[in-house]
Design a protein around this ligand. Structure first.
Ligand SMILES: *Cc1c(COP(=O)(O)O)cnc(C)c1O
Length: 403
């Protein structure tokens, strides 16, 4: 079979749909990364990222996936044998803890049920017990992409403060940055980890670390053996907008465009747009009679919704039918959620009609796959979106008649 007509719906929670403006920015001829024009681009994106992470400090850009940025955060700030307190929220927190172990860190897990976020009270209690201050870092995944559950990063900061504990706070925002409100400085985060292919609307290939002064001090006096991921070398070159090795030049053009788009829309409007689409999606799911996987309404993700399929039915079979018949990719269940949930990505470059199409594909797929459900979820979502739009659309006070 050839390519189906029309646009593919890439509704996995990353990589996300790349808008045409960004595709056009990326397709420009590759430039000399040591030439005079490059420094301007470098300074532009390094400066712009500060607005996205809400930090006055440095943001580093690696040519890497998000996983690389995880590693950069760990190897610059921690030494083998250090203890890290990690909250289990789902598949991604589990992968990050496995990486930490492989790097020789002592990992202490606060176990979770994968349906709720990290618990600040438990973190505080554990830190308060740690009188010898053996815990060197606390890690949290802000938006657990495998479950559609967010964790309260500001409250985790408050937990560290309440315990008076000096551990570093490392936060993964790979699927929340530029989709869900996030404040690196205000929340006192030491390293924020990001990636290009989710809320930032870029193709995969860039990893980010936003770093606090405290993290920088930890890196200068310690950390592990490192070279490619070394912050110091990167920051030295970044001062003039350059990089210590060949950066992903074309993706940086795309990043400049992405930052412009986000600032033009306004970050608060971007977050509100994601909140609306998430709420509309949850309403559709409930109208279908299906279950939103996230159990705690305060943890609902605005980037994606994981939906539980009824016992005896296969989430993967449903996804395959939807891909085959309607050319839409949905996220699969990861780790222990394999085949039990499917994930609807509603982040990045996305609008009401794209969501309407997405939910329509799901509703038709439920029918075709024989998953028991009530019809009409799409209608419920549309009614919500239209109602919300009516509240915000400026209606002229008098209808202008013909002159
Ligand atoms: C996607 C994702 C990752 C992994 O990023 P890669 O680019 O695949 O390495 C890690 N954490 C979270 C929360 C993610 O959503």
């Amino acid at each position: 079979m050839g390519d189906p007509a029309g646009r593919h719906f890439l509704q996995i929670p990353g990589p996300t749909n790349v808008p045409d403006r960004i595709l056009r920015a990326i397709e420009r001829p590759t430039i000399d990364h040591r030439g005079p024009g490059f420094g301007r681009l470098g300074r532009q994106v390094l400066g712009g990222l500060r607005e996205i992470f809400k930090t006055r400090g440095n943001v580093l850009i690696f040519p890497s996936s998000g996983t690389g940025a995880w590693e950069a955060a760990l190897v610059n700030t921690l030494s083998a044998g250090d203890t890290v307190l990690m909250s289990e929220t789902g598949h991604f927190s589990t992968l990050w803890s496995a990486m930490a172990r492989r790097l020789g860190l002592r990992v202490e897990i606060l176990e979770g049920d994968w349906r709720t976020g990290a618990d600040p009270a438990r973190i505080e209690a554990r830190l308060a017990e740690d009188r010898a201050r053996t815990i060197k870092a606390v890690t949290v995944v802000h938006n657990e992409t495998s479950t559609g559950v967010t964790s309260p990063v500001g409250a985790v900061r408050a937990a560290l403060d309440a315990a008076g504990h000096p551990a570093l706070l490392l936060v993964d925002t790979i699927s929340s940055l530029a989709s869900i409100d996030y404040r690196h400085d205000e929340w006192g985060v030491d390293v924020t980890i990001g990636g290009s292919q989710k809320g930032l609307m870029l193709p995969p290939g860039l990893g980010f670390n936003a770093v606090s002064d405290k993290a920088m001090t930890a890196a200068r006096s310690g950390g592990m053996v490192r070279s490619y991921w070394d912050w110091e070398a990167m920051l030295g070159a970044n001062e003039t907008g350059f990089f210590p090795y060949t950066p992903a030049t074309n993706l940086l053009h795309g990043l400049a465009e992405a930052i412009d788009m986000l600032i033009e829309e306004g970050l608060d409007n971007v977050f509100r747009r994601h909140d609306r689409h998430a709420e509309a999606t949850r309403r559709a799911v409930r109208a279908w009679g299906l279950e939103v996987w996230c159990r705690d309404p305060t943890g609902y993700s605005s980037s994606l919704t994981a939906v539980r399929v009824p016992r005896g039915h296969s989430a993967d079979a449903l996804r395959h039918i939807i891909l085959d018949r309607f050319d839409m990719s949905l996220g699969n269940g990861l780790g222990r959620l394999a085949d039990r949930v499917f994930r609807i990505g509603h982040l990045g470059d996305f609008n009401d009609l794209m969501l309407a199409g997405t939910l329509s594909g799901v509703e038709m797929g439920l029918d075709l796959a024989g998953v028991p459900h009530a019809r009409g979820g799409v209608g419920v979502a549309l009614a919500y979106l239209a109602g919300e739009a009516a509240r915000t659309v400026a209606v002229p006070a008098t209808a202008a008649g013909p002159a």
